[in-house]
Design a protein around this ligand. Structure first.
Ligand SMILES: Cc1cc2nc3c(=O)[nH]c(=O)nc-3n(C[C@H](O)[C@H](O)[C@H](O)COP(=O)(O)OP(=O)(O)OC[C@H]3O[C@@H](n4cnc5c(N)ncnc54)[C@H](O)[C@@H]3O)c2cc1C
Ligand SMILES: *[C@@H]1O[C@H](CO)[C@@H](O)[C@H](O)[C@H]1NC(C)=O
Ligand SMILES: *[C@@H]1O[C@H](CO)[C@@H](O)[C@H](O)[C@H]1NC(C)=O
Ligand SMILES: *[C@@H]1O[C@H](CO)[C@@H](O)[C@H](O)[C@H]1NC(C)=O
Ligand SMILES: *[C@@H]1O[C@H](CO)[C@@H](O)[C@H](O)[C@H]1NC(C)=O
Length: 530
């Protein structure tokens, strides 16, 4: 009797002391367990903590930039590989009640690693397992879960029909959660606009752990997540998108020119015409530093890669009339179903097995990189183009995508979505500086090069504001550290660069839907100052 009383007292004491000494993450795990349906999947297959041997495998599986895969990179307290909407709801509720910051990760392409790194204690909510796609061809729509990759979306559309397409990015492994909510552009942008322009409904888990569709969230929040970045507002579960009719065959081409072959004149001419061509024709210019295998000498090559929504027979006269300098020949052109055309942007042969769209990137494709973006509104003079190419050759492995605007982009108003770069833009520049060396000092040296390149471009690109694209996340335009406090004076700088006049409306929406600023990270939308 006495003994049992002592034991009971001991148990109570131990129990109380465990409760009081539990860390926030332990509390999070117990909280999550209460919501979790073990019949769905054992909890050990949903929550990974650092003492689980698969923790680093799961962590590294969706890190696409080696700059944030270092031993010194801060690691999460736990990773939740959500398998259902209720796992997402539980994560939000339990992280909020324990005041733990979350990072929402789709497929981990964020240029600055903001989906899986933080300078304050955090957990990762991994969305890659929530990736179903449901196509309703009869109504020309599809529901796409946020962890689905672009490759899976394109593959599934192509499997269903050769007569439909969706305008979005070129890299197959991007997830639609991050990509669509930040804009999302690709070879169909002149014809159909951005991925974010063509979303008709969405499901989101809000700060209270509630699932809202477009009707329930209201037009302001719906507007905010279609270009303002999802992670400031909630967790995107799925998008409903409008599919577009397309001919059963489209035409692609890829022509490469060196400076000796007149690349400077060609690029000069390209920027005058590329945004004014018929909407069906998209010609990307990709200047790239190449190293000669024999003598190691570096030179600049410009790739002109085209997609024409139509046939060969219509394309050639169009090019001969507007851009004869390109010297496009019938033998350069390939007619194929749209889904196959997506291969060429990934340097894959057009006859490749379409299953390649579903492949995870190989581990050795993960490189160190720093990316940035700019918008060009007036033609760059030939001397400027020449100087830019001379500057880029200082680096060993630098390339740019020059993406023409015009077409549908001119017809959508600057406030229709938070993405403001529309009419008046000739083209957008994406800079990619990548490297393979792990040697000490390389990261700093390369980042320095990117910054000096950025400075060098100032006279040629947009100013007041000098605009940036959210999907080409750039920490150099301001970031909150520590990331758990979102300062207006810092946020205003990146906010205006990314969203221009739309920033104010984003702040209003944020203040309304997440007044406690739970969904925050280095470049999130701040709440209004009280
Ligand atoms: C190799 C490469 C190629 C690219 N090509 C293109 C291109 O052709 N066109 C283009 O427009 N962009 C392109 N991008 C940029 C790309 O669109 C962005 O990096 C985009 O944010 C990636 O989304 P993600 O979900 O894969 O990345 P993540 O790093 O997982 O997420 C990016 C951001 O979105 C948030 N997020 C992710 N999922 C959700 C969700 N479910 N709910 C709420 N927030 C979420 C994250 O928290 C983070 O803030 C490319 C990037 C890379 C690295
Ligand atoms: C680690 O994860 C695996 C796979 O889900 C699981 O089987 C195992 O029980 C976990 N181990 C621990 C210590 O949580
Ligand atoms: C932010 O994080 C820092 C470091 O972890 C902590 O000291 C501070 O109290 C946090 N602030 C808020 C508002 O959560
Ligand atoms: C990556 O590995 C594959 C084989 O798995 C190889 O074919 C390819 O050349 C490698 N790529 C690089 C950049 O090393
Ligand atoms: C990078 O730039 C900074 C600031 O200009 C400079 O102090 C530093 O020495 C540079 N580092 C390298 C490796 O070039």
């Amino acid at each position: 009797m006495e003994l049992s009383l002592v034991l009971t007292t001991l148990t109570i004491v131990t129990f109380i002391s465990t409760v009081t000494s539990q860390s926030p993450i332990q509390n999070f795990v117990s909280c999550f367990s209460k919501f979790h349906e073990p019949s769905h999947s054992p909890i050990t297959q949903v929550i990974y903590t650092p003492n689980n041997n698969t923790f680093s495998t799961i962590l590294n599986q969706h890190i696409r930039n080696k700059r944030f895969k270092l031993d010194s990179t801060p690691k999460p307290l736990a990773i939740i590989t959500a398998k259902s909407a209720s796992d997402v709801q539980a994560t939000v509720k339990c992280a909020k009640s324990n005041n733990i910051q979350i990072r929402i990760r789709g497929s981990g392409h964020d240029y600055e690693g903001y989906s899986y790194v933080s300078d304050v204690p955090f957990i990762i909510l991994d969305m890659f397992l929530i990736n179903g796609i449901n196509i309703d061809i009869h109504n020309e729509v599809a529901w796409v879960e946020s962890g689905a990759t672009l490759g899976k979306l394109y593959y599934t559309i192509g499997k269903t029909s050769d007569l439909y397409a969706y305008p979005a990015g070129i890299c197959f492994s991007l997830s639609v959660g991050g990509h669509f909510s930040g804009g999302g552009y690709g070879p169909l942008l002149r014809k159909f606009g951005l991925a974010a322009d063509n979303i008709v409904d969405a499901k989101i888990v809000d700060v209270n752990g509630k699932i809202l569709d477009r009707k329930a969230m209201g037009e302001d929040l719906f507007w905010a997540i279609t270009g303002g970045g999802g992670a400031s507002f909630g967790v995107i579960l799925s998008w409903k998108i409008k599919l577009f009719k397309i001919p059963n065959l489209v035409t692609v081409f890829h022509v490469t020119k060196t400076l000796e072959e007149g690349a400077i004149n060609l690029v000069y001419k390209w920027q005058l015409i590329a945004s004014k061509l018929p909407d069906e024709l998209f010609i990307l210019a990709k200047p790239k530093v190449v190293k000669n295998a024999k003598d190691g000498k570096k030179f600049v090559q410009v790739h002109f890669i085209g997609l024409f929504v139509g046939t060969n027979k219509e394309l050639l006269p169009l090019i001969n009339k507007n851009f004869p300098e390109l010297g496009l020949k019938t033998s350069d052109c390939h007619q194929l179903p749209w889904v196959r055309s997506t291969l060429i942007w990934n340097d894959l042969p057009i006859e490749a097995n379409l299953k390649a769209l579903l492949d995870e990137p190989k581990a050795n494709q993960t490189v160190y990189f720093k990316g940035q973006s700019d918008f060009v509104k007036k033609p760059i003079p030939k001397v400027g183009i020449k100087a830019i190419f001379q500057k880029m050759i200082e680096d060993d492995s630098f390339f740019m995508y020059w993406t023409p605007y015009g077409g549908k982009m001119d017809k959508i108003s600057t406030s229709a979505t938070p993405f403001p770069q529309r009419k008046g833009t000739l083209f957008m520049i994406q800079y990619t500086n990548y490297w393979l060396e792990d040697t000490p000092g390389t990261i700093e040296r390369q980042i320095n090069f990117s910054r000096s390149f950025n400075k060098f471009m100032t006279p040629y690109v947009s100013n007041s504001p000098r605009a940036s694209a959210l999907n080409y996340r750039d920490a150099d335009i301001g970031a909150n550290h520590p990331s758990n406090v979102t300062k207006m004076e810092i946020s205003k700088v990146y906010g205006i660069k990314y969203f221009n006049d739309n920033f104010g409306r984003l702040v209003n929406v944020k203040t309304k839907v997440d007044p406690s600023n739970f969904f925050r990270y280095e470049q999130s939308i701040p709440t209004k100052l009280k």
